[in-house]
Design a protein around this ligand. Structure first.
Ligand code: MN
Length: 313
């Protein structure tokens, strides 16, 4: 995904309430926009009231959209630095191409992880299929300073660990839980879970790490957490300090739980770049505009995304 479709604001991880050391309830309402006129995108992170949760610095929920004959997602080649992108689908298929030469279709149950490091470019296009629905999430993980200049890479994980309890089907997208570990290569302590409610559930207990902060985003249905109702379009930020989360929901509810140790480094985000200073963001923009550093995405039909220089000097 790309920031083309929403306002290009500088996001500073220190310019929002600090990570809460104690359990709290902070309900964050996603900003909505559309892609290609009809694919709804709900952006939960970054938000003025919450820029990051652990190293998770971006969270878009897209769809569900019933596909017509045209592409419902068509994000032309664009660059990234300093982050990892995680793509996870509930339904439909997306074709990823990148400047390292990878061409990979992702389907539900699989995970695409692109580690941008010092720089990569990619495109993302929906692929027509029989399900006729496109529905999923894309998340970004900020790389810590020691890894953010590493060589770029791309991984496709065809299957992930699944844990079942009390009518919940929980897929580990990243990190460790329930004595299972996701294969997803990460660079700071964090967790990502897909939680599908297959039967009505009451007070199902999920173990948490006290030193992690957490947030939960509803993709379908609604959840009740500690007497707070969370619906589609809302992210409930929970802070740190819990060792369990008790969750109640009706059948067919679907949500994403993310968490991690509060990210100490100040992170600046602008357009598709994650960095530490405005000059780095300007340099990355100039490199993209001058066809330096990022390489070309082979096979994509159409023009790449372009961007004006940042508004600061
Ligand atoms: Mn992207």
């Amino acid at each position: 995904m790309s920031n083309l479709y929403l306002q290009k604001e500088l996001s500073d991880s220190k310019n929002c309430p600090p990570a809460s050391e104690k359990p709290i309830h902070q309900l964050i309402h996603c900003r909505e926009t559309t892609l290609g006129n009809d694919l709804i995108i709900r952006r939960a992170l970054p938000h003025r009231e919450r820029r990051m949760i652990g190293a998770w610095c971006f969270l878009d929920h897209f769809g569900p959209l019933t596909l017509n004959n045209h592409k419902s997602m068509d994000v032309p080649p664009h660059p990234h630095i300093g982050l990892q992108t995680v793509t996870w689908l509930i339904s439909g298929h997306i074709l990823h191409r990148d400047s390292l030469g990878h061409k990979q279709i992702i389907s539900p149950g699989e995970l695409n992880l692109m580690t941008a490091g010092k720089g990569i470019a990619h495109s993302e296009e929906s692929v027509p299929d029989n399900s006729k629905l496109l529905h999923g999430v894309q998340l970004w993980i900020a790389l810590p300073d020691k890894n953010r200049h590493d060589e770029p890479s791309f991984s496709h994980y065809a299957s992930l660990p699944i844990h079942k309890q009390d009518g919940l089907v929980i897929t580990l997208l990243a990190g460790s839980m329930f004595n299972k570990e996701a294969p997803t290569q990460i660079f700071s302590p964090l967790i990502g879970l897909d939680i599908q409610v297959s039967e009505d559930t009451h007070a199902s207990v999920i173990p948490l790490e006290k030193h992690f902060e957490y947030g939960i985003l509803v993709l379908n249905g609604s959840l009740n957490i500690e007497d707070v109702e969370v619906n589609i379009g809302s992210l409930l930020y929970l802070g740190c300090g819990r060792d369990i989360l008790s969750l109640s929901a009706k059948k067919n509810t679907h949500c994403i739980l993310i968490g991690g140790t509060p990210f100490e480094e100040e992170v600046l985000m602008w357009w598709n770049f994650v960095a530490r200073s405005k000059s780095e963001l300007t340099q990355a923009t100039e490199d993209w505009r001058n066809h330096k550093l990022f390489g070309d995405v082979q096979g994509y039909i159409g023009n790449r995304l372009d961007i004006p220089l940042p508004p600061w000097k």
